[in-house]
Design a protein around this ligand. Structure first.
Ligand code: MN
Length: 340
């Protein structure tokens, strides 16, 4: 009979959590999920990853409440290092501050909690990346942003296949209302001339919503125009319009703006969507812009995903944006900084 084992090595065991823990531990690289390790929300952060696992306002198919964890897992497959630039974003003080304590059946209270956390974040000039959730969550975030900047104004750059300018959905709130809400906030509404929508798709929208956008002075780039004009020129115009006369620009990305070949896991997969690489390029530039105060990525639905493709696409979008934020300072370094 074999001798009983009475001793084992400490490194035989990992803490519970993601299977991809096995990717940790190479001292030569800094995994994005390690850089964004769980940490408390404190005023001294540069950037923060936040989950908003609420999909109670989805009108079609749900599941986006699972996106924060799916994107976190995807982040384990990537590092903080840009091969092209030879730079890392590891110098930024970053944390994954966790999820909003959502009450799945109580939208009002869930949104109040999100709005409170976002107010703290914006007031302390922390740049957040919020992973939704359905698109309704952009509304309490924008409430916090406009509340923070007051009459200095907030512009919005919004990537989406849809306008999300509905007044209501059969009389109720929905994921289709957030930007109509923002244009009609009682205090410090977003001005239509400072809202830019990119990727709005043919055969996915109603004429009334395009008319409303035009009447309000909203700039709309259809998915086809992005291909015709090129993403760089579109972003030039978007920054100029969204940023005109205001102190801050907020960015919101509905993953259904992207083509379904690169983002199949969403409520309304887009057969005529933007190229993920164009959106990555756009977000890297926007992250770099000093007026840009934050980003959300919404409508990733892991139960509808194929081989985690959409979660991976979302993680790559978040990293490009955060890398852009890192480029604002000149401290970009080729060596990942030691753990705080
Ligand atoms: Mn949307």
């Amino acid at each position: 009979m074999q001798k009983l084992v009475t001793q084992f090595d400490a490194q035989d065991l990992n803490p519970p959590g993601r299977i991809v823990n096995s990717l940790k531990g190479d001292p030569a690289e800094q995994r994005a999920n390690q850089w964004l390790e769980w940490g408390k929300l404190t005023a001294d952060l540069d950037v923060a990853l936040l989950g908003m696992p609420f999909d109670g306002a989805s009108t079609v198919r749900t599941g986006s409440r699972h996106a924060p964890d799916a994107v976190r897992q995807a982040l384990a497959y990537y590092t903080t290092f840009s091969t092209r630039d030879g730079n890392s974003m590891g110098h930024l003080k970053a944390a994954d501050i966790g999820d909003i304590a959502v009450i799945a059946t109580n939208m009002q209270e869930s949104f109040r909690r999100l709005s409170r956390v976002m107010s703290f974040i914006f007031r302390n000039k922390i740049v957040p990346v919020t992973i939704g959730g359905d698109h309704s969550i952009a509304w309490p975030i924008l409430e916090a942003a406009t509340g923070c900047y007051g009459d200095q104004g907030v512009g919005v750059i919004h990537f989406d296949a849809h306008h999300d300018l509905r007044e209501a959905h059969f009389g109720a709130e929905s994921s289709g209302v957030p930007f109509r809400k923002a244009l009609n906030f009682k205090e410090d509404p977003v001005a239509g001339r400072n809202l830019v929508q990119i990727g709005i798709a043919d055969f996915c929208n109603a004429p009334a919503h395009l008319k409303y956008a035009r009447d309000e002075g909203v700039t709309v780039f259809s998915n086809i125009e992005v291909r015709e004009i090129g993403v760089d020129k579109v972003i030039d115009t978007a920054i100029a319009k969204a940023g005109k006369g205001v102190k801050a620009i907020y960015v919101s990305v509905d993953i259904d703006a992207l083509d379904h070949s690169q983002a199949p896991g969403t409520a309304a997969p887009n057969a005529s969507g933007l190229d993920a690489r164009d959106v990555q390029r756009a977000l890297r530039r926007l992250g770099q812009h000093p007026k840009v105060i934050g980003l959300d990525i919404v409508e990733i639905s892991p139960p509808l995903d194929i081989n985690d493709m959409t979660a991976n696409t979302g993680a790559m979008l978040a990293l490009n944006f955060l890398y852009g934020v890192g480029c604002r300072t000149q401290q970009a370094t080729t060596k990942p900084k030691k753990k705080r």
